[in-house]
Design a protein around this ligand. Structure first.
Ligand SMILES: Cc1ncc(COP(=O)(O)O)c(C=O)c1O
Length: 388
């Protein structure tokens, strides 16, 4: 199979059926909101799933050592990250892991369970804190230029953890070694546990930027043991419907806590999740590289459009989720949010407010270029009609 532009140009029929992305707003709206791609899946993944489906055997399955080994080998080969398979706690999703991390802070550190969260960020960071009864300490990121504030000036007293999104959704930012070191030093100084959601790690759009797994930056075993990371094939290969993720927890006591919760509260990974994950990590690289090339083309189209509109866009280095500053439109929009305004003109984008940035919108560019072009035309026409 050749994963060229022609492959990714071929529309996938998602209008019918059960796609959240495609059924939410009806057929007249171009859906560029939830983080789900419109691309046909990697053929090798489809074949592995089909083979298993044809066997007709769907009983309880064991954790797949083959899938864990494939994930470990992939991270070693691509990022030089040595993950001991014993550190891996299978999870049905990364949001589960975010919740388990907050739950762990609440249960293991009741006196100091506050958690630092960089905002704006994927909204389930905040909801995990609320649901698991820990208090968020917001670290506001700058959305123009270097995002991280001077971390050493934060007050770490009474805090127990930090939740990082690496790469950052929705800024599309990749944390570099210096930024990660600042967070690690701060965590060390205040005895914080750090959880890093690295679900978008495989979606770095171009050189010279690279995804640095937080754990690879630890300078000692003691430092590493205060960290945990959440990885999954779901964003990179667009298999979130298969429900397979991995919490990587080197410290045995923290891992035992995670595992206990996993066994008692959370269902095991679905048989097809294991099979899809193994195929993605073992055979999915050509699809991933073709998909990234396609995303670069879409990003260029978007950048050109927003330059014409005169609106600032975050520098999209990783993920397929572009973050657009529409705050200058607010006076003209009155009480309507930019998201509602674009929806009224036939394009569904995500409202920045849910990530902590009102007046911004997040645009998912992982769709056919022709469809993105239609959406950008609609948005441009809508903007042209606004008094500015
Ligand atoms: C940063 C981040 N974490 C987690 C998730 C969702 O993970 P899961 O579907 O595995 O729970 C998303 C989905 O968009 C995300 O962007």
């Amino acid at each position: 199979m050749t994963y060229d532009f022609e492959f990714f140009d071929t529309p996938l029929s998602r209008e019918r059926g059960d796609s959240i992305k495609w059924t939410q707003f009806g057929p007249d709206v171009v859906p560029l909101w939830i983080a789900d791609m419109d691309f046909r899946s990697c053929q090798e993944i489809t074949e592995a799933l089909t083979r298993r489906a044809q066997e007709g055997c769907f009983g309880y399955s064991r954790d797949s050592r083959a899938a864990i080994d494939a994930m470990v080998a992939y991270h070693r080969e691509h990022y030089g990250w040595e993950i001991d398979p014993d550190w891996v706690v299978p999870q049905p999703g990364v949001v589960t892991s975010l919740n388990l991390f907050c739950k762990l802070l609440h249960e293991m550190r009741p006196e100091r369970s506050d958690v630092f969260i960089n905002e704006p960020v994927y909204h389930h960071f905040m909801s995990a804190a609320v649901l698991q009864h820990v208090r968020e300490r917001k670290v506001s990121l700058s959305m123009h230029g270097a995002p991280l504030p001077d971390v050493s000036k934060l007050d770490g007293r009474g805090a127990g953890g930090w939740m990082l999104c690496n790469p950052q959704n929705p800024l599309g930012h990749l944390w570099d070694a210096k930024e990660l070191r600042q967070i690690l030093d701060f965590a060390e100084a205040h005895g914080l546990l750090v959880a890093s959601d690295e679900i978008h790690g495989g979606l770095v759009l171009d050189e010279p930027y690279t995804y640095l797994p937080l754990m690879t930056q630890a300078r000692s075993d003691a430092e590493r043991n205060r960290l945990m990371a959440f990885v999954a094939p779901s964003k990179t290969w667009n298999v979130p419907g298969l429900g397979c993720a991995f919490a990587i927890v080197p410290d045995p006591v923290l891992r035992e806590h995670f595992t206990r919760n996993y066994d008692q509260l959370i269902p095991p990974i679905n048989l097809f999740g294991w099979i899809g994950a193994e195929a993605a990590y073992r055979f999915g690289e050509p699809w991933r590289l073709g998909m990234l090339a396609y995303l670069r083309r879409n990003r260029a189209l978007l950048q050109k459009a927003v330059a014409d509109w005169g609106l600032p866009l975050c520098d999209l280095r990783a993920t397929y989720l572009a973050f657009l500053d529409c705050t200058s439109l607010l006076p003209a929009l009155g009480t309507e949010s930019p998201r509602d305004f674009f929806l009224r003109h036939g394009v569904a984008v995500h409202d920045g407010a849910i990530f902590g940035a009102p007046g911004w919108v997040r645009i998912n560019i992982a769709t056919q270029t022709a469809l993105l072009r239609t959406a950008l035309e609609r948005m441009g026409n809508a903007l042209a009609g606004l008094p500015r």
